[in-house]
Design a protein around this ligand. Structure first.
Ligand code: SF4
Length: 475
């Protein structure tokens, strides 16, 4: 996976814990394991002892937090966030959790996802007198909560959530309570666990493993969970509809050791490779995967075809974070810094190069060239997703439609542009089969909008594409 130089980026990872005296330190470890979901900023807010304290900053979790900073964050509850900026842009002010202090009590917010009606809501709120302190879409929730007429906070949060449309996994911390909410379509993953008596919640289950917590269950789409000293309470703020979890989580965002919606990522990716082998076999000497996400896929492809898997590409893990800034110029430079071919593996060989996706095509072309320069006699590219033809509005930075090469080119045209000997993408049906979803109907459980243009929600007041599914609510 070279998402950060390819042009696909996850927006965030979130972690929360309630009821542990080492809440801040455990959140630090949790965020560290979610670092792949965002590298531009990190923050932790602690509470549960009558006050909220925070520390946040730009950079990696290890850069933002020193032991001294963590020791200052005392409290039995914490929420944390790692950020990759898309909606609202970068900058310190947008690093989360966002903390709001008012006479009625303080509140901290951490959000993974993207609200598709944030501009509309913000305009309305500003007309009503709200003044925003960030350019992040997340802040609208705080204003909606504050402006709600409901008498108690839980009801105000529930009411505020019903105004939001799009993808959101929210953690909210007050001086005395923690709230967890997932949007009615469940675009982003969110799991619940236990660590002794403490409750934990995270974007991915790998964060549970790192702190020794056990997985309990998924947060359900449309569910609001409240945790306080009295215990845990679950309610719905939206009716139950079929889930539309992001397919890209399985294809490359999530870590291989995570389970997303009960499905192990490494296993799902191996199955993607096996399915790709069925759909697009080729005569070759060696199979290699673009690290990290495509290694599991390449192993699956090799197993199914009998062609040996080899480590033909090496990722340089010690490139500084300047190379993960989301600008085109750095993406262009970044590919050479981040990836090297293994000459001894590919020289004189017909190579199958497995990757997770093609966004603009520039990265694929460079890797193909790199393999040829290292002596590969043929390079056959196999992609473990269908062609990305539409932008994402739900928190994944997929660039604009004009920048997506598959939106304007046929598979053969892309093959020529990336200079591959052959090119094949996984079919949509194959993707769902490999993940273990029963069918490719709109209620399959997956969001497929960047492959189909059929968005599960209205975008800016309209459905984009042809998708109108009456059984789904129109959040
Ligand atoms: S449009 Fe694509 S990237 Fe965005 S949530 Fe849906 S599947 Fe994920």
């Amino acid at each position: 996976m070279l998402a950060e130089i390819k042009g696909l980026n996850e927006e965030c990872g979130i972690f929360g814990i309630w009821g542990h005296e080492e809440a801040a330190t455990l959140t630090y470890y949790g965020l560290h394991s979610l670092q792949h979901r965002g590298q531009e900023g990190a923050g932790i807010v602690v509470g549960g002892n009558g006050t909220l304290q925070f520390h946040k900053g730009l950079g990696l979790v290890t850069e933002v937090f020193s032991r001294g900073e963590l020791e200052k964050l005392t409290g039995m509850a914490a929420i944390g966030h790692v950020r990759y900026s898309t909606a609202g842009g970068g900058g310190y002010a947008n690093v989360q959790p966002l903390l709001f202090r008012s006479q009625g009590g303080s509140l901290a917010l951490a959000h993974n996802g993207n609200l598709v009606n944030a501009d509309e809501l913000r305009f309305r709120l500003e007309q009503q007198g709200s003044i925003f302190q960030t350019t992040s879409d997340t802040e609208v929730l705080a204003h909606l909560i504050k402006r709600s007429d409901e008498p108690i906070l839980k009801e105000r949060i529930k009411e505020a959530l019903t105004h939001l449309r799009g993808a959101f996994a929210f953690l909210i911390l007050t001086e005395t309570e923690m709230y967890i909410a997932l949007d009615p379509h469940g675009f982003r993953p969110l799991s619940l666990g236990r660590l002794g008596e403490a409750y934990v919640v995270a974007s991915e289950t790998c964060a549970f493993d790192v702190i020794g917590a056990t997985y309990e269950r998924e947060v359900e789409p449309g569910e609001l969970i409240m945790i306080n000293k009295q215990g845990v309470r679950s309610e719905r703020f939206a009716p139950k509809v079929s889930r539309s979890i992001c397919s890209m989580e399985y294809i490359y965002f999530a870590r291989p050791d995570s389970n997303v919606d009960g499905i192990n990522i490494h296993t799902a990716r191996k199955n993607l490779g096996k399915q790709l082998a069925v759909e697009a076999p080729v005569a070759a000497d060696v199979v290699t995967g673009v690290p990290d996400s495509s290694i599991s896929v390449a192993i699956g492809y090799a197993e199914a075809t009998g062609i040996p898997y080899e480590l033909g590409l090496i990722k340089n893990r010690y490139v500084g974070r300047t190379f993960i800034q989301p600008s085109q110029a750095l993406r262009e430079q970044g590919v050479k810094m981040k990836l090297s071919p293994v000459r001894g593996v590919v020289a004189g060989k017909r190579v199958v190069m497995v990757d997770d996706s093609i966004v603009r095509g520039t990265t694929s072309k460079r890797i193909v060239r790199m393999l040829r320069e290292a002596g590969a006699t043929e390079v056959h590219v196999r992609i473990s997703s269908p062609p990305i033809t539409h932008p994402c509005f739900y928190g994944i930075d997929t660039s604009t439609k004009e920048e997506l090469i598959a939106a304007t080119h046929t598979v053969e045209e892309i093959r020529q542009l990336i200079e591959a000997d052959s090119l094949a993408f996984l079919s949509q049906k194959g993707l769902l089969q490999a993940i273990g979803r029963p069918d490719d109907s709109p209620s399959c459980g997956q969001c497929l909008a960047c492959f189909t243009g059929q968005y599960p929600t209205k975008i800016g007041g309209e459905y984009v594409g042809t998708f109108v599914q009456t059984s789904r609510c129109e959040y």
